[in-house]
Design a binder for this molecule. Structure first.
Ligand code: ADP
Ligand code: MG
Length: 230
């Protein structure tokens, strides 16, 4: 992780967003559960990756996301296609990205579709004075509409891990109080703890956004992550 961060900042002295592979490597080195993510630079590679990943996906499906450096709100830009079952769908989605985004397109990310669950966001914001702040909130498309989030300074205590969940307005969704089954809170706490360790180890990590982390009774899985170094 140290050599990845140093290498990036040497190559990009002003800082910036990590590419999909470096993001996946950094999260993986802290045991953060990012779904299998392949960065394909052309249509045949995207097609081959989709074929390889399809059986890992919920209902045998994959997601395809356009990528270029600096792309932030992918869905809003029309850069996310989910639930692709057939090779022809993957190929035509890739060609659509090429038409739409032109020379800007730097390939696409292929992932297996994750099983549905509660979409949360887990993030890091560096505070100039107090150091890293860890954020937990309702994620996915509801992120901005409902603005349900809590934040704590790292390192997170056991009590922080508990109250971050219980203070959310969405807590009943997670605790199984709306007739549903409770999500895997241990998996969620592990995401927050590992994110906190990563943020404490790397003050260069000025911003991280895992959104969504899909939490279910049987685990937690992130399907979209971005990390900015400075
Ligand atoms: P962005 O946040 O940049 O718009 P995301 O990668 O988060 O793009 O995708 C938008 C939404 O698509 C997610 O909130 C999630 O609901 C769904 N999604 C994306 N990737 C997957 C995946 N691999 N499995 C299941 N759902 C996904
Ligand atoms: Mg997202």
């Amino acid at each position: 992780a140290r050599s990845l961060v140093d290498g990036y900042l040497t190559a990009h002295p002003g800082g910036g967003w990590l590419d999909p592979l470096s993001t996946a490597d950094l999260l993986e080195s802290y045991g953060l559960p990012l779904t299998t993510t392949v960065w394909a630079r052309d249509e045949p590679t995207a097609s081959a990756a989709a074929t390889a990943l399809r059986n890992l996906g919920h209902e045998g499906k994959v997601a395809l996301k356009a990528y270029w450096p600096g792309l932030v709100h992918k869905s809003a830009a029309g850069a996310v296609r989910t639930g692709l079952a057939e090779d022809a769908e993957v190929r035509s989605a890739y060609r659509e990205f090429m038409r739409r985004f032109g020379a800007e397109l730097a390939g696409a990310v292929v992932q297996p579709m994750a099983a549905p669950g509660v979409e949360l966001l887990a993030g890091v914001v560096q505070d100039q004075v107090f150091g890293p702040r860890i954020v937990l909130g309702l994620g996915g498309t509801a992120t901005d509409v409902l603005d349900d989030r809590v934040a704590r300074l790292a390192p997170l205590s056991e009590r922080d891990l508990t109250t971050m969940v219980t203070e959310l307005r969405s807590a009943p969704l997670l605790l199984g109080q709306r007739g549903g089954t409770a999500v895997d809170l241990a998996a969620l706490r592990s995401v927050l703890t590992r994110l906190s360790l990563l943020a404490e180890d790397f003050p260069e990590l000025v911003e991280a956004d895992l959104n969504p982390v899909i939490v279910r009774p049987d685990g937690a899985l992130c399907v979209d992550a971005r990390i900015r170094l400075e």
